[in-house]
Design a protein around this ligand. Structure first.
Ligand code: HEC
Ligand code: HEC
Length: 398
């Protein structure tokens, strides 16, 4: 029998997850229509922030509620970061400087094209260990840093608020692979690079060395909880983002605010990104695509999926779903209970392209889809062997 999500909730005896927001049919179109409000109405930005942080007492939320779009001061008063950047060349030199436009575009194509540039050019953060790595070509292959056209993928030169030229990382470092923006960089091993950096300074590498490729601890707290980098092409259908669903996408504005605050924390609260750039970035992320799924008609695995999986992984939403409580399955640990972002819930991830992904689940527990299906997904009993094979093949076609 397939246990329904509702039954599971009753069994583990926890409070039901928050009501999922009403989906917006055309999120990118919504964003173009609401750009002026984001750029000129502070009160509106504040309202969007508050409604997206549905668990305001979580430290991740608290920090944003204390700093973002306040009546006076706060992060709004920070100076805007310079939108001038340059590629980091593999020979160590700096490519030609380029400047992102200072005024908002007027149509969807313009917004999307700007967002694509922001994704590849704007420094989301700066880390000493990444600057150290950028100067050591002998480590790039092992660390999984990609090089293309004589430049380092995902790294960018920029001038910081002190006027110093630095090397930062862009969204593309973690969210672009095999030439495809939106695909998680599963070969990237930042934990390994960070461990080597720490060792070079005469310290013990600590937990970094164990993160493994494609995973990293994104929270600054005493718990070591590295998470898999997410593919981004189902974000447009998700009701929540982050493994613990700490941000509710009740409007697409929540995504832009998530990115804006990510830049601010990534630059030590010294500067903030120009707002039209994060709005463009969100439009870009909401319109990222991958080659369409090619599930053969009448695939026998489709019925198994409909019976056992679709209750959470909605085929109409890129197989993404809402939040579920993991308490009864993986215990009171893991990202659902992270000190910084834990909500008590886990987001149901989308499954488009899942056959090219893996290792699977937030903690990379399974190397392959067959291992996941055979062991029994934490949310359901393993199907009988004949059905399992069909189900795995179905998943590979998504
Ligand atoms: C250093 C690597 C790294 C960089 C750089 C990075 N991300 Fe991420 N991103 C991650 C990881 C790891 C997660 C998973 C975090 C989690 O599940 O809580 C994630 C999650 C996300 C999510 C949520 C996806 C979901 O389904 O929950 C979005 C959206 C996102 N990133 C967009 C971006 C954008 C846009 C940028 C550039 C501003 C960016 N990221 C920069 C590593 C990175
Ligand atoms: C009760 C809701 C629920 C049901 C039912 C469910 N899943 Fe999931 N699924 C989740 C959640 C939550 C995660 C994320 C768990 C994690 O990262 O630890 C997930 C993750 C996955 C992943 C890993 C995705 C990745 O990129 O790592 C796969 C594959 C998957 N599910 C397939 C299935 C299949 C196949 C079925 C049916 C046999 C199924 N799921 C049934 C909630 C569900």
């Amino acid at each position: 029998m397939r246990p329904s999500p509702l039954l599971l909730l009753v069994l583990v005896g926890c409070t039901p997850p928050p009501e999922a927001p009403v989906p917006i049919a055309d999120p990118a179109g919504w964003m173009v229509a609401h750009a002026d409000a984001f750029l000129s109405d502070r009160g509106q930005r504040r309202a969007w922030l508050e409604s997206s942080l549905w668990q305001p007492e979580v430290p991740y939320a608290r920090k944003r509620l204390d700093g973002y779009a306040l009546p006076n001061g706060g992060w709004d008063a920070l100076p805007e970061m310079a939108a001038r950047t340059a590629a980091v060349q593999t020979d160590g030199s700096t490519g030609p400087w380029r400047t992102l436009p200072a005024t908002p575009p007027s149509d969807i194509a313009g917004w999307r094209a700007l967002g694509e540039r922001v994704f590849h050019e704007l420094p989301m953060r700066r880390d000493a260990y990444v600057e150290w790595l950028a100067d050591r070509p002998e480590l790039w292959a092992r660390a999984g840093v990609q090089t293309e056209d004589g430049a380092l993928g995902g790294l960018t030169r920029f001038v910081d608020w002190r006027g110093e030229t630095r090397t930062g990382i862009t969204c593309a470092l973690c969210h672009r692979a095999e030439g495809q923006p939106g695909r998680a960089a599963r070969g990237l091993d930042l934990g390994w690079a960070r461990a080597r950096y720490v060792e070079s300074r005469g310290q013990a590498p600590g937990a970094y060395a164990d993160w493994g490729r494609g995973r990293m601890d994104v929270t600054d707290d005493p718990v070591d909880d590295p998470l898999a980098i997410a593919d981004l092409w189902t974000v447009r259908w998700q009701s929540h983002i982050n493994t613990s669903g700490a941000v509710r996408l009740d409007t697409p504005a929540a995504l832009a605010i998530r990115f804006e605050t990510q830049f601010i924390t990534g630059h030590a609260f010294a500067t903030r990104p120009p707002r039209h750039l994060v709005w463009a970035l969100a439009i870009y992320v909401l319109t990222l695509d991958r080659p369409p799924s090619a599930v053969p008609v009448d695939h026998p695995g489709a019925a198994v999926f409909a019976d056992r999986c679709a209750g959470c992984h909605d085929p109409e939403r890129g197989y993404a779903g809402d939040l579920v409580s993991p308490a009864g399955f993986i215990g009171q640990t893991g990202p659902a209970f992270s000190p910084m972002r834990g909500t008590g819930y886990l987001k149901v991830p989308g499954l488009l392209g899942v056959g090219e992904g893996g290792p699977y689940l937030h903690d990379a527990r399974f190397d392959s889809l067959s291992a996941l299906v055979e062991a029994g997904h934490p949310y359901g009993d393993p199907p009988p062997p004949a059905q399992a094979a069909a189900l795995v093949d179905f998943l590979r076609h998504l």
